[in-house]
Design a protein around this ligand. Structure first.
Ligand SMILES: Nc1ncnc2c1ncn2[C@@H]1O[C@H](COP(=O)(O)OP(=O)(O)O)[C@@H](O)[C@H]1O
Ligand SMILES: [Mg+2]
Length: 317
């Protein structure tokens, strides 16, 4: 890990929504950090609070209406209570790519105009050059054609490249990619991930990648956080965590991944499902699904046991 102040440091973030049924807290306590230029993955089953955490960083909807407590330090400034730092982070510091590029693009506006909207003020010619160079950077074979196209004229993979171009337009120091390839076929997934990896390295841009795909994590990422019920349950280098997972939840996630080496072994699903917020069990939220659980697990949320770069929220491993 790189030394020094992290680019992003989320400290004990809790996110609470007001709903007709009362307050719900899908993310009770998350801490994670990303160093400048680092590639960090956040994994966990659907409903664990990954997107809520990611959107909370710059208070994107629906988290703009949520109650956020804790700290979200970006370059040392707390984005939760410093509106100017938040504006600056949204303008130049942090960009996002989401799952469904078609849903993020306006279907009736040509792509050049959509990219142009996110560029800072400049002459018309400079803008055109910048748009074409961004479209070339993200590997579109014919940037001139893509610039004048409407979203429906491009494939899903090409649209995700355009979304990436729009994210890069602000020259962010951190790109948050929330399942950016889940909607794409496997070959296109690899290409887009390879592209993001290359762009991040070339631009010294940090990457916070949310994904279900542990194969992608193994190929491209340096450090990994595993999330369950709005808390980090394990973190460490990708190599260490994937080769020797400690937390029973991480082990369960890995056992559910098909591997060529395991072709004769049955894949093991984790029994049960992620509890909805508001119905998190007391103590360790994973205890009801955990084969290692003891009565003590349901008494109090276990602390994070930290050794070197490894942290595990379980006393039984
Ligand atoms: N606006 C909201 N109001 C209330 N609950 C929400 C809201 N947005 C998300 N949630 C809840 O937060 C939980 C975590 O969601 P999410 O972060 O999207 O999970 P993930 O990205 O890990 O699949 C879900 O149970 C979801 O229902
Ligand atoms: Mg999500």
């Amino acid at each position: 890990m790189v030394d020094g102040t992290p680019l992003l440091s989320i400290e004990n973030l809790a996110v609470t929504f007001r709903t007709p049924g009362g307050l719900v807290t899908p993310v009770p306590d998350v801490s994670l950090s990303v160093q400048a230029g680092e590639r960090v993955a956040l994994v966990g089953e659907s409903g664990c609070g990954k997107s809520v955490t990611a959107l909370s960083i710059t208070a994107l909807p629906p988290t703009d209406r949520a109650i956020r407590t804790g700290k979200i330090l970006f370059k040392g400034c707390n984005l939760i209570d410093q509106p100017e730092a938040l504006r600056e982070a949204r303008r130049h510091g942090i960009a996002y790519v989401f799952q469904d590029p078609m849903a993020s693009l306006n279907p009736v506006i040509r792509l050049a105009d959509q990219i142009g909207e996110v560029l800072p003020p400049m002459s018309k010619e400079a803008k055109r050059d910048r748009i074409l160079s961004l479209l070339a950077d993200v590997g579109l074979p014919d940037p001139v054609r893509a610039a004048s196209a409407y979203p429906c004229e491009l494939s899903g993979g090409q649209c995700q490249r355009v979304m990436l171009a729009m994210a890069l337009a602000a020259e962010p120091q951190l790109l948050v990619a929330d399942e950016p390839t889940t909607a794409l076929d496997v070959t296109t997934q690899r290409k887009i991930l390879g592209l993001m990896d290359r762009l991040a390295r070339e631009r010294q841009m940090a990457l916070l990648l949310i994904t279900h795909n542990l194969g992608i994590v193994a190929s491209y990422m340096e450090r990994l956080y595993v999330m369950y019920a709005g808390r980090i349950v394990e973190s460490g280098t990708v190599k260490e965590v994937l080769s020797d997972p400690h937390h029973p939840y991480t082990r369960g996630l890995l056992a559910a991944v098909p591997s060529l080496k395991l072709e004769r072994t049955q894949l093991q699903d984790i029994p049960g499902t992620v509890p909805p917020p508001g119905r998190f069990p007391p103590g360790c939220a994973f205890a009801p699904r955990c084969s290692h659980a003891t009565p003590a697990c349901s008494q109090a949320v276990p602390p994070l046991y930290v050794r070197d770069e490894r942290a595990v929220r379980c006393p039984n491993v």
